[in-house]
Design a protein around this ligand. Structure first.
Ligand code: DLZ
Ligand code: SF4
Length: 533
């Protein structure tokens, strides 16, 4: 039996289901750099480097273990430019008896996989992705018959299922969730750990040259690339997080500070989502630090909730609701994405900082994403499709399975409450409480209205006014609606006028040569790059 085993660029795990029963004497592993994957959205340059470099290192490791790998590089002559095209070439070359793959991270790719059996006239085995702690059917059973799918309920079930931070059936410390301990602002002058960077080796430098040459119009800086690209580096990154960051991770999880993008965050999501690390080992490691007394419970629990709870939950929800999930637009948001999401050129210091971090590092942490970039998109009524595409493009860890529920459901409430019970809307006060951004801003966070007032302040109330039909009945928004109702009509009119003036002034046109286009639908429309280069 000769098996062709296709390993995708985000499946670089040593114990990947595709590889478990590999016969080195008969089987071939196929890995391909495909133009379609590099351009279905125009990924940040660092994300492309990360994926291609990690793939090349992974292939070398497999070969080092005596495994035959057909590795097709982007510029190899004859590269067909798509998974299906390259599989066709590999089938002709290797004449396998069957094809084995692991289920894809994205619906789009799995739909492709489901055409292969007929196309190639060969058995195609699609295996469960065992890197996740909640198999898709288990999530589907949990979700069945529920009207809303709340993370907290799922998370508790997962704690019980896996035993992480449990004493029998009960959570350690007597509580499931220590989130309330995790809202501290960073004291002025407080020193944070250095980011652990992994300087590019010769392979990565080669890929950086390739990306600079072939994808010059993609968003983001290449210089300063420092992501881990091998399992060894990823494990070192994890250790750095556990030693230097985890003890204070909980306290400062939601804090933001200008020119300090990394704080106590793990920076392991890119490695985790590529397969260089897996969910179980990172949860076990964090729990271990708490059990040995080197990390407090609020930190270990906060971290484990992100992985065992949130990450597994969004993946489950994605697969339970695709392909219809992105079709909803509960708040009828249609405004085009402002150009500053690409350029960072805005007088709003918080947004400028977050875009700058994103451009420089293909990274911003969750509160920057949710409460600044996402919150603005929600309040300004930006079209979900455009915002989703932006998030998918710009972050090194972004794949649709994780990006879509986070943006469509969590940040934009475009699913009408399937994922979150209320929209995460907030005024400038929240950003001011959790960051020092406002001090360097042209706007005044304390002012409620007029040209110099923080736009988040009137956009927040304008959002509640504009979406009253949809949101007024929401119990969790009863308080702000009561406040709104006590406002004199003239004040409400002023809010609406301020918001209209500000929103009309947003520039959505393409502002910089060679930059990313600001508008456009998903995949097909953006697949503009000529495969011949
Ligand atoms: C993201 C990505 C990119 C940029 N390039 C490749 C590639 O050339 N070859 C590959 O196998 N995978 C790549 N990936 C990851 C895939 O897009 C990913 O496997 C799908 O999105 C499904 O999760
Ligand atoms: Fe952002 Fe408003 Fe603060 Fe400026 S004042 S940084 S716009 S929250």
């Amino acid at each position: 039996m000769r098996t062709l085993r296709l390993v995708l660029g985000d499946q670089l795990h040593p114990r990947l289901a595709t590889l478990t029963d590999l016969d080195p004497g008969a089987d071939t592993v196929l890995m391909v750099e495909v133009l379609e994957e590099a351009t279905y959205v125009r990924h940040h340059k660092q994300k492309l480097v990360l994926v291609f470099s990690a793939m090349r290192h992974f292939a070398a490791e497999l070969r080092g273990r005596g495994i035959a790998v057909d590795y097709v590089a982007l510029e190899d002559p004859g590269n067909a430019g798509s998974f299906t095209g390259e599989l066709a070439r590999a089938v002709a070359r290797r004449r396998p008896d069957r094809i084995v793959v692991t289920e894809a991270g994205e619906w789009r790719v799995e739909a492709m996989m489901r055409t292969w059996e007929e196309r190639f006239g060969l058995p195609v085995e699609i295996r469960d992705d065992t890197r996740f702690l909640c198999p898709r059917p288990v999530f589907a059973r949990w979700a069945e018959g529920r009207e809303t799918l709340r993370m907290e309920t799922f998370y508790r079930a997962m704690r019980r299922r896996t035993g992480f931070l449990m004493e029998g059936r009960e959570p350690v410390g007597g509580r499931w969730n220590f989130d309330h301990d995790n809202r501290r602002r960073l004291p002025p002058g407080h020193a944070v750990p250095e980011r652990r960077r992994f300087p590019p080796d010769a392979v990565t430098r080669g890929v950086m040259d390739l990306v600079a040459r072939r994808f010059p119009g993609h968003f983001g800086d290449l210089d300063g690339f420092g992501w881990p690209v091998t399992r060894t580096e990823a494990l070192a990154a994890l250790r750095h997080f556990l030693d230097e960051c985890l003890p204070e991770f909980g306290d400062y999880q939601d804090a933001m500070r200008a020119s300090t993008p990394f704080l106590y965050h793990g920076l392991i999501a890119p490695a985790l989502n590529l397969g260089l690390l897996d969910a179980e080992e990172v949860c076990r490691a964090a729990e271990g630090r708490w059990r040995e007394g080197t990390a407090p419970l609020n930190a270990a629990e906060g971290f484990i909730r992100q992985i065992l709870g949130w990450r597994e939950y969004v993946r489950g929800l994605y697969w339970a609701r695709m392909p219809d999930y992105p079709e909803t637009n509960a708040l009828n948001a249609t405004r085009d994405l402002p150009w500053f999401y690409w350029s960072g050129e805005t007088a709003m210091a918080c947004l400028a900082e977050c875009v700058r971090d994103t451009k420089a590092h293909a990274h911003a942490h969750h509160i920057q994403r949710l409460m600044v970039l996402g919150n603005f998109a929600l309040l300004a009524g930006l079209a979900p499709r455009q915002v989703e595409e932006w998030f998918l493009v710009v972050y090194a860890d972004a794949y649709e399975w994780v990006e879509l529920p986070n943006v469509h459901g969590m940040a934009l409430w475009a699913d009408g409450g399937l994922l979150g019970s209320k929209p995460y809307a907030s005024s400038g006060a929240y950003i001011d409480r959790m960051s020092d951004y406002c001090r360097g801003c042209a706007y005044d966070v304390k002012k409620k209205g007029g040209e110099t007032a923080c736009p988040f302040n009137y956009l927040y109330w304008n959002f509640l006014i504009a979406n009253g039909d949809r949101l007024r009945g929401n119990q969790r928004l009863a308080m702000p609606y009561r406040t709104l109702d006590t406002m004199p009509p003239a004040r409400r009119d002023a809010i609406v006028a301020d918001a209209a003036r500000f929103l009309d002034s947003l520039d959505t046109s393409e502002g910089q040569p060679g930059g990313q286009r600001a508008v456009g639908a998903r995949a097909p429309d953006l697949f503009l790059v000529d495969p011949a280069g």
